[in-house]
Design a protein around this ligand. Structure first.
Ligand SMILES: Cc1cc2nc3c(=O)[nH]c(=O)nc-3n(C[C@H](O)[C@H](O)[C@H](O)COP(=O)(O)OP(=O)(O)OC[C@H]3O[C@@H](n4cnc5c(N)ncnc54)[C@H](O)[C@@H]3O)c2cc1C
Length: 389
């Protein structure tokens, strides 16, 4: 019987020193006021071009980020490998719209594909669509708005860039995950990703779209995508997440007066998330599943579905994934039991990954005075080690 309670397996990768460091870190970020202050200070430091590396790099950065470059991540990839956990290197620089920023993201992402092709412990590559064009273009095309001549050109450039990444992934036989971001960019992204799936997924799922199940319309969109794949004769690559941008989605919908694209409550999100997993397992002959979650039930549920349908634990069409530095109790226990598990390992310069780090700290602050799940697990393992001495 699979359990995520085993902290010995979950934290075997961490020495006592590492565990103590993680304890202090999660203790610090469990405080709402400290996280709020940290966010303000880092935003100010960024604006004023003050150095932040000295404070961030040895602490929060080294816990949640693999390194500045692909090379720097290698040591961490090898450590994960010892425990049967794979790694997906994710160039996590956000919010650059300049030609220079886009070219840099292109170069780094292409490099991650070549790296994955050579490293048996890196089974996928990934990118964020907003790294490859201007947000205004994603937004206007998604809303069906008229584009200027320059914007039309920029939309074509986006199509070409995504096409090049998918082609390179296909040529190197490295499946490629395309992250989902704000809902008002997604129609255009879906269009481009579906076209690339049709082109490159004829023999197996190489290109994966992301379905954010906190959207009330995604189950239907998933079913349509499946029907399209059947009709056109290709495999569907489906990555699932609940979705990371709920507050700003709700705020935008309220401010602009359109229907909130997010589910009315958490139960509805959970219901659709698990229904999507069920749908995919029932259609596994046509779909590859990437289950990106820190939710214990959704992870366990997929193992149960796999067992029910006699799908081997290490079936190459079924993947589980958590973020580096989070939910190791799920990743390492699943890998120990023989499932395919890959950690998302972000990399990039300290200043550029700060927005990613701020999201991670906000996720781990304590809710209503409770100790966060991560901190509880670390405490449990520290006590187990003390007792075992
Ligand atoms: C490997 C991996 C890849 C990821 N890639 C992406 C990505 O491409 N795009 C993206 O957006 N996110 C991505 N995420 C982040 C993911 O969306 C968050 O991890 C997720 O928000 C946390 O949900 P959970 O499934 O871990 O579980 P839980 O902690 O059980 O769920 C929390 C989530 O439930 C939803 N929720 C909470 N309250 C409500 C409510 N009142 N009403 C409706 N819904 C609610 C929200 O989505 C919230 O984040 C990724 C995560 C992982 C692990």
């Amino acid at each position: 019987m699979l359990s995520f309670e085993n902290t010995e397996i979950a934290f075997k990768i961490r020495s006592n020193k590492d565990l103590n460091r993680a304890y202090l870190l999660f203790k610090m970020i469990s405080s709402n006021s400290l996280v709020y202050l940290g966010k303000k200070l880092s935003n100010a430091a960024l604006k004023l071009h003050l150095p932040v590396d000295w404070a961030v790099k040895p602490t929060i950065y080294s816990h949640f980020v693999g390194g500045v470059t692909i090379d720097e991540c290698r040591k961490n990839v090898r450590s994960l490998e010892k425990f049967g956990v794979k790694a997906i290197l994710d160039y996590s620089v956000e919010g650059t719209e300049s030609e220079e920023g886009i070219n840099k993201a292109m170069e780094e992402t292409l490099q991650t594909i070549h790296n994955a092709a050579q490293d048996r412990n890196v089974p996928f590559t990934v990118f964020k669509p907003t790294a490859f064009t201007k947000e205004i273009v994603l937004e206007k095309v998604s809303a069906g708005k008229e584009l200027t001549r320059e914007e039309k050109q920029e939309a074509d450039n986006f199509r070409a860039r995504v096409g090049k990444l998918c082609q390179t992934a296909f040529d190197n036989n490295v499946p490629i995950l395309i992250d989902a971001e704000d809902t008002y960019f997604q129609n255009f992204i879906d269009e481009v990703v579906n076209a690339n799936m049709e082109k490159f997924n004829k023999k197996s799922a190489i290109v994966f779209n992301t379905y954010q199940m906190y959207r009330w319309d995604r189950l239907e969109v998933l079913e349509k995508a499946y029907n399209r794949a059947v009709e056109k004769g290709y495999y569907l690559g489906a990555k699932f997440v609940r979705g990371a941008y709920m507050e700003r989605e709700r705020a935008r919908a309220a401010a602009m007066g359109y229907k909130d694209p997010i589910q009315p409550d958490k139960d509805s999100t959970d219901r659709d998330y698990n229904a999507a997993l069920k749908f995919c397992i029932e259609h596994i002959d046509r779909i590859s599943i990437f289950n990106g979650t820190h939710n214990e039930y959704s992870s366990l549920y997929m193992t149960e579905l796999m067992e029910k349908h006699n799908i081997p634990k290490n079936d190459p069409r079924c993947w589980f994934s958590q973020l580096y530095g989070m939910s190791d109790h799920i990743s390492f226990n699943l890998a120990h039991a023989g499932y395919n598990v890959a950690k998302y390992v972000p990399f990039g310069p300290v200043r550029s990954v700060l927005p990613y780090l701020i999201r991670r700290t906000e996720e781990n602050t304590s809710i209503a005075g409770q100790t966060s799940r991560e901190l509880n697990l670390i405490i449990k393992e520290r006590e187990r080690r003390k007792a075992a001495r």
